[in-house]
Design a protein around this ligand. Structure first.
Ligand code: HQG
Length: 179
């Protein structure tokens, strides 16, 4: 499968497994899962047929491992805007984590800290390179350093998605080092 088809399928999955399952008439369970055969049937019925082999390639070959398949069901590992409980355990974060953003948000972030915006959590990266890529989606990236160890010591809860994205409810401004 060529890269363009792979990206198209991945975006199609993101749309329906994270944001708008109703659009193709599927229902995610409380933890975000939907049976693979139901997803494939719904996609075909809505004019976007995907073969099981293609789905497998997108799930396995995806650089970010955005999707997980387990027991015949599939879900997005993070990034939802529809209410789902990913049921991830709280884990102790490393001393520092990173957040990639862009200059135009920095003033607001200085005042309010990091907020989840349209997602369920603030997304944090384990390394500067990943955060730079996340920021670069929107323009010239700015990487903020998050004092995750200190936040955790102060009682903030951290979780890690199946694909290694760190999730927090908020990051108050006092825990941010902004360049
Ligand atoms: C910014 C992609 C103003 C925040 C990536 C970000 C990631 C504020 C934007 C994942 C703010 C929200 C998530 C505040 C935060 N005032 N702006 N107080 N607090 N922001 O897309 O972190 O391809 O919801 O800096 O790789 O950019 O979808 O979050 O710029 O892992 O798998 O508000 O999405 O993964 O944007 O990206 P997003 P994000 P996927």
């Amino acid at each position: 499968m060529d890269e363009r088809r792979l990206v198209r399928i991945s975006k199609y999955l993101a749309r329906h497994l994270r944001h708008d399952p109703q659009r193709i008439g599927i229902t995610l369970d409380a933890h975000g899962w939907v049976p693979v055969d139901e997803l494939l049937r719904a996609a075909a019925e809505h004019g976007f047929p995907i073969t099981a082999a293609e789905l497998w390639q997108v799930v396995e070959g995806n650089d970010k491992r955005r999707y997980a398949i387990e027991g015949g069901r599939i879900r997005a590992s993070q990034g939802h805007s529809v209410p789902v409980d990913l049921d991830l355990p709280a884990v102790e974060p490393p001393e520092v984590l990173y957040h990639g953003t862009v200059t135009r948000f920095v003033e607001a972030i200085k005042k309010e800290g990091l907020r989840p915006m349209s997602r369920h959590h603030v997304h944090l990266s384990p390394d500067r390179e990943t955060a730079t890529r996340v920021g670069a989606r929107r323009g010239v990236p700015v990487v903020l350093v998050v004092a995750a160890g200190k936040m955790h010591a102060d009682g903030h809860v951290f979780r890690r998605s199946a694909n290694g994205v760190w999730l927090a409810d908020i990051v108050p401004p006092g825990y941010l080092l902004i360049p």
